[in-house]
Design a protein around this ligand. Structure first.
Ligand code: BMA
Length: 316
C-alpha cells in the first residue's frame, strides 16, 4: 500500500475511502465504522447522520479493504417495535463487530430520551440481523467484546460515563453475553496528557503473540474544542484485565484536512481494525465525524510502543 507515513500509522493515499457521495440514499456523513473480514471480503458497518441529525448504520463491502461499495439499503435503522424501539428512538451509532464462532456480534450505541446505552445484535452473514439485548444501563457508550472467552466467560471493555471523571476504560464479564458484571477499572486517562479528558474502547481487541492489542480513543480539551486521537494498549492473553502496557504517545491524530474539519472538527475515531497475515493491521477511522479513512501499521511496532513507552495504566 502506498501512503503517507507520519508516525506509526501509514495513511492510505486514497483517503478518504468512503464519503456520503458513495452512499445511494441520502445521508450527511459516513464515519465511525466497524470492519471485519468475512470469508474473502471486508465488511464495513458505518454510521451516517440523516438530515434530522440522527444516525443509522449502513453496510459496505470490499475485496481489498481499501475500495468499498455501499449496499443500496441501510443495514440497521432504529427499531420500530418492542423494547429496542424505546431505546433506539434517537438513532443507532458507532457499531463494533466481533467474530465469534460462525457468526458476528455487533455492539452499537442507542440513543433515546432516556439517554445513551449499548445494544447487542448478531448476524450470521450480514444479510439478516437479530437484536439480542440491551447490555448496559444509560449512560454508556463504546463497548468492544473480546473474540475469545476467559475461564468460560465473555469479556468486554466498556466506558461508563458518570460524574466521576476522568472517564476511563473498564472491563466486565458475562456468562451469556446478556448479563454483565464483575466490572473493574483498568485504564485511566493521565493528567495533562493527550487523553486527559476521557478515553474509550475503539476497535475490537486483536490477538497478538504478546497480548491483546487494544486501539482506543483519547480526548484532550482545548480552548478551541476537544481533539480526538487514537492510542494503543496491550492486555495479557489469558487475563485481559491485566494491562501489560499503555503507550504514552498517541498513534494517530487529526492532520489531514478531512480529519481537521467537518461535522465535528479535529476527530479521528476508530471502531474497527483488521489484522492481516503479513503482520500489519488495517486501522479504520472516522475523520471529523464526516468520512471514513484507513491506514496500516505494523502490529509488532504497536506492541513495542505499548511496552517500551508505557505508563502506569491507572496513573502513578
Ligand atoms: C463521541 C461520540 C463519537 C464521535 C465523537 C466526536 O462522544 O459521539 O461518536 O465520533 O464524540 O464527535
Amino acid at each position: 500500500m502506498s501512503g503517507s507515513r507520519r508516525g506509526v500509522v501509514n495513511r492510505y493515499e486514497g483517503n478518504p475511502i468512503l464519503t456520503k457521495k458513495d452512499v445511494p440514499y441520502p445521508v450527511e456523513t459516513v464515519h465511525n465504522a466497524g470492519v471485519v473480514r468475512c470469508k474473502d471480503r471486508y465488511v464495513m458497518l458505518f454510521r451516517s447522520h440523516l438530515r434530522n441529525g440522527r444516525s443509522i448504520v449502513g453496510i459496505a463491502e470490499s475485496d481489498d479493504g481499501f475500495h468499498f461499495e455501499v449496499r443500496s439499503e441501510p443495514f440497521m435503522t432504529p427499531a420500530t417495535e418492542g423494547p429496542f424501539a424505546t431505546y433506539e428512538e434517537f438513532g443507532v451509532e458507532d457499531p463494533r463487530i466481533c467474530a465469534v464462532g460462525d457468526g458476528y456480534l455487533i455492539t452499537y450505541s442507542v440513543y433515546s430520551r432516556h439517554g445513551v446505552r449499548i445494544a447487542l445484535a448478531r448476524t450470521a452473514d450480514f444479510e439478516r440481523v437479530e437484536r439480542l439485548g440491551l447490555i448496559t444501563p444509560a449512560d454508556c457508550r463504546n463497548v468492544v467484546i473480546f473474540p475469545e472467552k476467559f475461564d468460560g466467560r465473555y469479556a468486554r471493555l466498556d466506558r461508563p460515563h458518570s460524574e466521576i471523571t476522568p472517564w476511563s476504560i473498564w472491563i466486565s464479564y458475562s456468562p451469556d453475553l446478556i448479563h454483565w458484571g464483575d466490572s473493574r477499572i483498568i485504564i485511566k486517562p493521565m493528567d495533562y496528557h493527550w487523553d486527559e479528558m476521557k478515553i474509550g474502547p475503539g476497535a475490537t481487541p486483536i490477538r497478538t503473540e504478546s497480548g491483546w492489542l487494544n486501539i482506543f480513543h483519547g480526548v484532550f480539551k482545548t480552548m478551541a474544542g476537544a481533539v480526538y486521537r487514537l492510542g494503543a494498549a496491550l492486555h495479557a492473553l489469558e487475563d485481559p484485565s491485566r494491562v501489560l502496557g499503555v503507550a504514552d504517545e498517541w498513534i494517530l491524530q487529526p492532520e489531514d484536512p478531512w480529519e481537521v474539519s467537518g461535522y465535528v472538527h479535529n476527530v479521528v475515531f476508530a471502531c474497527g481494525a483488521v489484522p492481516e497475515d503479513d503482520g500489519t493491521v488495517k486501522i479504520y477511522w472516522g475523520g471529523a465525524d464526516t468520512v471514513m479513512c484507513v491506514g496500516t501499521a505494523s502490529i509488532a511496532e504497536l506492541v513495542e510502543l505499548c511496552l517500551s513507552k508505557s505508563r502506569p495504566p491507572l496513573g502513578a
